[in-house]
Write a protein that binds this ligand. Structure first.
Ligand SMILES: O=P(O)(O)OC[C@H]1O[C@H](O[C@H]2O[C@H](CO)[C@@H](O)[C@H](O)[C@H]2O)[C@H](O)[C@@H](O)[C@@H]1O
Length: 259
């Protein structure tokens, strides 16, 4: 993985020379800085402005792709005419319409059942936060005191992991978050490929920018394209990295002004 800045002339020429760009952007850790709680990760107004400018650009299609639920994502970003993909790629909003990957009802019932069990076993651990996202559930531990983290993990491994292993769910480990979601062969990468097909009427250059730590991202699926990791994460499948969210916004401003 190389620093984007070190390869900039080549990458910039590829982008400027393309007839249409599909820009896929994660939300947390990419458009917003990581905050102590999910609620606090609000989108700064200048970032919303650059997304709005990009959304009106005739040669750029923008999709925000997140592990958050679709409705919450749309509310947080608040820019019309973007494509939104939520819940690990399983909920989509495009051209004013919602599409969903079919997830059997039994899977959703399992998410609810194990999610409520999870909430009850971590209830006494200060800072532990369980978020029911409909098609998935997250256990956030960013605010759990460091000396209690291994206790929390112990409870998770003892009480929850066996339930997950004997169910249709799987576990993803993210940035101070553990995600339980249906074990389906449809993740962010598949949603990205589906989107590329959808807009294939033009020659499309995909650019994916994300801070993926879970392995559920789209870097692997877009191996031929421009993939940019936020932060030099070891083991990332991205081709390039930028240092932080600030560099992402600089890149987006450049695209809005130059393409
Ligand atoms: O797919 P993404 O948009 O990158 O979402 C990944 C996770 O983002 C959120 O959690 C992360 O950001 C929070 C706010 O900055 C932070 O408090 C938390 O520690 C991070 O893990 C979101 O709440 C999760 O559901 C997503 O999986």
């Amino acid at each position: 993985m190389e620093q984007l800045r070190s390869q900039w002339p080549r990458v910039a020429a590829e982008i400027v020379g393309s007839s249409h760009t599909l820009l896929l952007l994660d939300y947390d850790g990419t458009l917003t800085r990581i905050a102590p709680t999910p609620e606090q990760a609000t989108l700064p107004a200048p970032t919303r402005s650059v997304l709005r400018a990009l959304s009106r650009h005739p040669r750029i299609t923008v999709a925000v792709i997140s592990e958050r639920p679709l409705n919450e994502l749309r509310r947080r970003v608040g820019v019309r005419n973007l494509i939104y993909i939520g819940n690990h790629g399983r909920e989509m909003w495009q051209a004013g319409r919602q599409a969903k990957v079919i997830v059997p009802r039994s899977f959703q019932e399992t998410v609810a059942r194990i999610g409520s069990q999870l909430a009850s076993v971590v209830a006494d651990i200060p800072g532990a936060l369980v978020k029911d996202k409909g098609l998935s559930v997250s256990l956030h531990y960013r605010l759990v005191p460091t000396d209690l983290e291994s206790h929390l993990m112990g409870i998770f491994v003892r009480d929850i992991l066996p339930l997950v292993r004997s169910s249709e769910l799987t576990v993803l480990y993210g940035r101070k978050v553990i995600e339980l979601c249906p074990r389906l062969t449809w993740i962010k990468g598949h949603a990205a490929l589906w989107l590329m097909k959808e807009i294939q009427r033009r020659a499309v250059l995909p650019i994916y920018i994300g801070d993926d730590h879970t392995g559920g991202g789209a870097f692997g699926a877009l191996a031929e394209d421009i993939t940019i990791q936020v932060g030099a994460h070891v083991g990332s499948k991205a081709h390039y990295y930028v240092r932080d969210v600030k560099e992402v916004i600089t890149f987006l401003r450049w695209m809005a002004a130059t393409c």
